[in-house]
Design a protein around this ligand. Sequence first.
Ligand SMILES: [Zn+2]
Length: 174
Amino acid sequence: MTGYSNYEKFARLAVVKLEEVLNSDEFRKAVLSGNYIRTNGFSNKDLYEQIMKAHEVQGEGGEDKVIDLRLRTLSLDSDGSGWMKACDLNSRYGTIGIDGNRDGIAAICPQRLELWAKENSISELAGHYAHEYMHIIGFSHHKCLSSQNWREKTFVYKIGNLVTELISNNGNAN
Ligand SMILES: [Zn+2]
């Protein structure tokens, strides 16, 4: 975890919740009964197994069956002014972070991290990690001119949203 400074403790709470959810029976059942696009041709059962296998295809990876989550915040130095502008909370892009830059490190906009920390939105942060992790294990939602509606049907988006929803429903975080 790099660049998280004061929010490291908050982020660790989200990681703990993420782990709990991924290992839950509720999560397994929800994944198996889901309906997704952009599945790399996998059945629901295989999709669930891919998550459990936790084999990172982007970045350094690590041990299988263990989620090797590498995190950083975006910065002007490493990402440039274009990204920092997109990160602006009022930006029309609604950018949360960078995915798919192939280094296996999930990057979050510092403004977003700060906002979620202030709101104690552990569920949102955990959902973001789940989303990015789906990219790291090889799934994508990219398509030219994709509409929000189209994106939200993808496996990557649905898993991120599912994690947020399950944590919220369990009532112990926002
Ligand atoms: Zn994404």
